[in-house]
Every structure is written in structure tokens, then in C-alpha cells.
Design a protein around this ligand. Structure first.
Ligand SMILES: NC(=O)c1ccc[n+]([C@@H]2O[C@H](COP(=O)([O-])OP(=O)(O)OC[C@H]3O[C@@H](n4cnc5c(N)ncnc54)[C@H](OP(=O)(O)O)[C@@H]3O)[C@@H](O)[C@H]2O)c1
Length: 304
């Protein structure tokens, strides 16, 4: 831990006193510079951001001279990808950045865990136009992306099949999954049902392995590039012909996205899954745990 001066918000920024943040796979990807392509955005040799942390929940401590939509004391949450800075007691974010006032009745821990995995999940659901009646399979249903994807797909009225390990069957059923495949006893790629959408939220499958699961115009999406970095290329090529397609959407993170999650949390359609909570001075342990790739939902850091 190091002591730094409290940042001063620019005219268009708010200073947030962080109460809770998360360590997530985006932080880990930027910290480790993996996959390599991440380095073109985050810094070739080392991360440009010296303080990581993209999800946050806390209270506005100071506002810049031109800020009109937030005031001191407002409880806010959001996503600060690019700038990062939430793994600290104070961070700044532009007034029109990806933040909103806290959802009613949510804890700081829940709000802090509401935007990273879930905004990836949202981008998949919107890109594939998942809607009521669609048959959707979510592989990796217990991760931050997967646990959000199950809930968001359910909120559209889709029929959701979730793939997870034995210990987490009750959890994913509680998130709304209609059917569960236990990957420790069954190879989901051999499932007899076919799907409008197969979403690999853990990056451990491929289009070729999942093709037989798709209906004739079915869509395959993955949270990762694929073993040969093939998914972005397949997403360009497969739409050129009829039939089964790969999509690889670039997620948006803006204020509308955060407000959307606020609304879903308030309506009860989305509740971020929290696995572990660490105090800030144990953040190294939190990184070690998240880097195992075995966390369930989200790992929250209490900064207060
Ligand atoms: N590059 C980036 O910036 C970036 C950002 C975000 C995410 N991603 C990628 O997106 C993926 C998901 O991220 P996330 O944050 O949702 O992951 P996560 O929260 O770390 O979760 C991984 C989950 O997958 C489950 N899992 C592990 N192996 C599995 C398997 N073989 N079959 C089914 N489930 C399995 C784990 O539970 P069990 O092992 O107990 O089943 C765990 O719950 C990751 O591969 C990550 O690299 C990349």
C-alpha cells in the first residue's frame, strides 16, 4: 500500500470517495498484459494506469466547477475502464462518464459488482438480439459474465440452459436457469437440444465444437478470442454467408449502461453474485484468487 495525494477533480469531473470496488478479469488482464493485444490499449511494457480498479461504489466528495448533475454526498456507482483508479480511497471520473446514483436498497458491495461482467453480458445479449422464447445456452454460468448473462437472458424471457460445476447447480437455478448441465459429468457440446444462441462466458470452447448445438441460423458468442484468436475473424467471415454465425461484440460502457443496471437491480431482475469480500490491504490475495479463474461471480474489495 502507498500513500498518494487525493486527486483533484477537473472542472468536468467528480471526486468519489470509494467505499467498495472489485478485482475482476479486466483488472487482471491489464495487470498481466494478457492477452498481448490488451497491451496496445493499456501500455506495451507496463500498464499506463498505475492504480487499477474499474468498478466502484461510493460517495461524491467534491465536484469540479462545471459539474451540474452530481452533488457532494451523492451515493454513486459505475465503471471507470480506461482511466481505472478505483483501487484507492479516492478516484475521479467525468460527470458524463459511466456512473449513476446508487440503486435504491443496494449495498455498496452489490453496486460495485454491478457493471464489469454484466456489461460484457449485456453486449452479447443485445448483439445477438436475445428475446422472449429464444433458447440460450450459457457456458461458464458461474463467472462474473456468465452469472449476469443468465439473469439478463432470463429477463428477456429466453429459455436458459446453464453449464456449471456440481457445487453450483443450485446457485445458477436461483439465478433463473431453466435447465442446468453439470460439466463435471456431461460434455455440454453433446447436448441433444439445439439453441438460438450459445454464449461461452468462460472462453473454453470454440465455434467448431459448439456448431452442432446451434439451430440453422444460430449464433455463437465468446468472451475470449479463442484458442487461435479466431473468434474476431470468424465474426467478420461467418455473417457473409447464410447459416450459423459467430459474433464478437465490442462492449459499450457509458452512463446509459450504468443507469440500465440500476433499473434492473431496483426491479429485482439482476443481483450481482458476490463470492468473496477482502479489505483493501488484502488486495494482493484478491488478485491471486481472481487469477485462478475459479471465482464465483464477483470479488469485492471493501475500501471503507
Ligand atoms: N481481456 C479482458 O479484458 C477480459 C475481461 C473480462 C473477461 N474476460 C474473459 O472472459 C472470461 C470470463 O470472465 P469472468 O470474469 O466472467 O470469469 P470468472 O468470473 O473468473 O469466472 C470463471 C468461472 O467459470 C467457471 N469455470 C471454470 N472452468 C470452467 C469450465 N471448464 N466449464 C464451465 N465453467 C468453468 C468457474 O467456476 P468453476 O470452475 O467452479 O466451475 C468460474 O465461476 C474469462 O476467460 C476472461 O479471460 C476477458
Amino acid at each position: 500500500m502507498i500513500e498518494l495525494d487525493t486527486p483533484t477533480p477537473k472542472a468536468n469531473e467528480v471526486l468519489v470517495k470509494v467505499n467498495a470496488t472489485t478485482v475482476n478479469r479486466t483488472d487482471c488482464g491489464v495487470r498481466a498484459g494478457k492477452p498481448f493485444i490488451v497491451r496496445f490499449f493499456s501500455g506495451l511494457v507496463r500498464p499506463k494506469a498505475t492504480i487499477l480498479g474499474n468498478e466502484f461504489a461510493g460517495a461524491v466528495a467534491e465536484v469540479g466547477a462545471d459539474v451540474t448533475s452530481f452533488g457532494v454526498g451523492d451515493r454513486v456507482f459505475g465503471y471507470n475502464e480506461g482511466a481505472f483508479g478505483a483501487h484507492a480511497e479516492y478516484m475521479t471520473i467525468a460527470e458524463d462518464g459511466a456512473l449513476a446514483t446508487m440503486p435504491a436498497h443496494a449495498t455498496f458491495a452489490e453496486a460495485a459488482a454491478a457493471t464489469e461482467g454484466s456489461h460484457y453480458a449485456l453486449s452479447f445479449i443485445r448483439r445477438a438480439k436475445i428475446a422472449s422464447g429464444h433458447d440460450v445456452l450459457v457456458y461458464g454460468a458461474t463467472g462474473a459474465i456468465g452469472s449476469a448473462a443468465v439473469q439478463l437472458a432470463k429477463s428477456t424471457g429466453a429459455n436458459v440452459t446453464a453449464v456449471c460445476a456440481t457445487d453450483h447447480i443450485d446457485l445458477v437455478k436461483g439465478l433463473g436457469a431453466d435447465r442446468v448441465i453439470d460439466y463435471t459429468t456431461q460434455d455440454f457440446t453433446q447436448d441433444r437440444q439445439t439453441y438460438d444462441v450459445v454464449l461461452d462466458a468462460v472462453g473454453k470452447s470454440s465455434f467448431s465444437r459448439c456448431k452442432r448445438l446451434l439451430k440453422p441460423s444460430g449464433i455463437y458468442l465468446s468472451s475470449d478470442l479463442g484458442p487461435l484468436s479466431q473468434n474476431p475473424i470468424l465474426a467478420l467471415v461467418t455473417p457473409l454467408r447464410r447459416g450459423k454465425k459467430v459474433m464478437f461484440p465490442i462492449p459499450r460502457h457509458d452512463q446509459a449502461m450504468v443507469r440500465y443496471f440500476k433499473q434492473l437491480i431496483e426491479s429485482g431482475e439482476f443481483k450481482p453474485v458476490i463470492d468473496r469480500l477482502y479489505p483493501l490491504d488484502e488486495i494482493v490475495e484478491a488478485y491471486r484468487y481472481v487469477e485462478t479463474g475459479q471465482k464465483i461471480g464477483n470479488v469485492v474489495i471493501s475500501v471503507a
